[in-house]
Design a protein around this ligand. Structure first.
Ligand SMILES: Cc1cc2nc3c(=O)[nH]c(=O)nc-3n(C[C@H](O)[C@H](O)[C@H](O)COP(=O)(O)O)c2cc1C
Ligand SMILES: CC(C)CC(=O)C(=O)O
Length: 361
């Protein structure tokens, strides 16, 4: 029987992957408090269903940066999809396109930007880290524009890599046959060797990520591209206002799936203050802990335009390649439509804060 929940797909994925890769995918930083809290926050909300509403048609479509998403879901940027399936990002792109979802390809994609774009049939964005080697970034931006990417997403919560204790214990390094093929191999060498008490990922970031990045640097990206600019990793009203002041086109409320600052606010807890601080024309997306259609409904009701899912996409990819990612997205759609129907809110416009109450115990 097909899995009935994402948790079922997660269990199947665990059986497929080596313990080191499983830990890299599932793990958070520090004591994994933020990782756990991302999930727990969804349980703090109860739905306030309305009766006697015509719910014969439930339509979860939304507009985002000039495109229509049939499903208010994107696949969060994740490095190295080939870690979990030989097809990697092209399979993810095909599945996202079929489901009407967004794909955010990562700067550390293990397939070329051009191959991913050729496989995509829906909206596609490119995620960037602020590399010391700015000419490598400039080259990627140029390639992304030429290949038809619709937006650039800059991740701003990773001036260095969080202390991911599972990876440090495992001495995790990216296997040599899996490569960030869009970057010069010389730039990526450190990722493939874990030093004593470290991980390849952490060493690589120490070497290549530029921690001097500030708001003033956004102009550099703007000068090189006319694509919309999205910031991922905003958790406060203060930063939301600064993003708006700097002409950012959208933000992702995110703590990087609990992989960066442990103890940082759970993403769902930060969402209302970010939404309230942004002018209405700047959408906020949310990621971290979204594991069901009901979770998506909660995030939309608190003001998110759409959500991103990270680990669940890897569970689907690990268990069934393109079809597996499709299964994850189809399940999310079914659950979301189901929630909208039983909640008496058949369109996304009906999903507002009146749909929720604090869980009463
Ligand atoms: C295996 C893995 C790799 C990731 N790689 C990146 C990355 O390269 N860039 C980035 O901005 N975020 C990265 N993230 C964070 C995700 O974009 C996203 O913020 C997070 O996974 C959302 O939480 P969720 O997994 O609970 O859905 C990664 C997450 C995972 C699990
Ligand atoms: C290669 C890593 C820097 C990717 C990442 O952001 C993550 O693992 O969370």
């Amino acid at each position: 029987m097909a899995p009935l929940t994402l948790a079922g797909i997660e269990r199947a994925a665990r059986d497929q992957l080596s313990p080191e890769i499983w830990d890299f995918v599932e793990g958070g930083s520090g004591a994994e408090r933020t990782l756990a809290a991302n999930r727990e926050m969804f349980g703090r909300h109860a739905f306030r269903p309305r009766a006697l509403v015509d719910v014969s048609v439930c339509a979860p479509a939304v507009d985002l940066l000039g495109a229509t998403l049939q499903l208010p879901v994107g696949i969060a940027p994740m490095a190295y999809h080939r870690l979990v399936h030989p097809d990697g990002e092209t399979a993810t792109a095909r599945a996202a396109g079929k489901a009407g979802a967004l794909l955010v390809a990562g700067i550390f994609a293990s397939r070329t930007l051009e191959d991913i774009a050729a496989a995509a049939t829906g909206p596609l964005w490119l995620q960037l880290y602020w590399l010391r080697r700015r000419e490598a970034l400039a080259a990627l931006v140029e390639r992304a524009e030429a290949a038809g990417y619709a937006a650039l997403l800059l991740t701003v919560d990773a001036p260095r890599i969080g202390r991911r204790l599972r990876d440090l214990r495992n001495g995790f390094a990216v296997p040599p046959e899996i490569r960030a093929v869009n970057l010069d191999p010389a730039l990526m060498a450190a990722s493939h060797h874990a030093g004593q008490g470290s991980s390849g990922i952490a060493e690589h970031a120490r070497e290549q990520f530029d921690p001097t990045l500030t708001w003033a640097d956004l102009a550099w990206l703007r000068e090189r591209s006319r694509l919309p600019l999205v910031l991922k990793g905003v958790l406060t009203a203060e930063d939301a206002r600064r993003a708006a002041d700097h002409g950012v086109d959208a933000v992702v409320v995110s703590n990087h799936g609990g992989r960066q600052l442990d103890g940082a606010l759970p993403a769902l807890a930060a969402l209302p203050e970010v939404v309230d601080a942004l002018p209405p024309h700047i959408p906020a997306l949310l990621d971290g802990g979204v594991r069901s259609g009901a979770d998506i409904a909660v995030a939309l009701a608190l003001g998110a335009r759409a959500v991103l899912v990270g680990r669940p996409a890897f569970w689907g990819l690990a268990t069934g390649g393109e079809a597996g990612v499709g299964q994850v997205l189809d399940l999310l759609r079914d659950e979301l439509e189901h929630t909208m129907a039983l909640l008496g809110r058949p369109s996304v416009a009906d999903l507002d804060r009146t749909a929720l109450a604090p869980w009463p115990v």
